[in-house]
Design a protein around this ligand. Structure first.
Ligand SMILES: [Zn+2]
Length: 157
């Protein structure tokens, strides 16, 4: 049976994201499947029996719309959440600690919590590469980054 390893997706522009992953056949690295978001863990090895290919819409890094086959996890899909549960709130980009901060704003880019200080610059990059679809949630008006992260950890987004 074929086995696949979960690796970073290689963008033509050389960018890498923690959460954009491919499945590579462990015996033939020219066989590469795009992984559906949030269904696989980096470095996980998965058998072909446990995946199913489905067509999904996507927007590529140049902003073009397309339809392509993505690998999905068969059986029960367990969404991946890399944000540590618990009380500590850190920005996943700059690592600043917001646990005791009342600063307002921020957003969730795939599984990365982006703090108010990083939000503006990071949003420029997101727009440049047309990656708005990866923004999964945004802090509400007057919501502190800390409370926003707590809300997301509870699955409310
Ligand atoms: Zn930050």
């Amino acid at each position: 049976m074929k086995k696949y390893k979960v690796v970073y997706h290689e963008f033509e522009n050389g960018k890498e994201y923690d959460d954009i992953l491919d499945l590579v056949n462990v015996n033939n690295d020219s066989e590469r499947l795009m992984a559906a978001p949030d269904e696989f863990y980096l470095d996980e090895v998965i058998e072909e029996d446990n995946i199913v290919m489905k067509y999904n819409n996507y927007i590529d890094e140049n902003g073009n719309y397309g339809k392509a086959q993505f690998a999905h996890r068969k059986k029960e899909t367990i969404p991946v959440f890399k944000i540590d549960p618990g009380d500590t709130v850190l920005c996943d980009l700059c690592n600043r600690n917001y646990t005791n901060s009342e600063e307002i704003g921020g957003f969730l880019f795939q599984s990365k919590a982006v703090c108010p200080k990083c939000a503006k610059e990071f949003m420029k990059t997101v727009k440049k590469y047309h990656e708005e679809r990866f923004i999964r949630s945004v802090a509400r008006e007057n919501e502190t980054f800390r409370d926003f992260v707590y809300r997301v950890r509870k699955g409310e987004y």
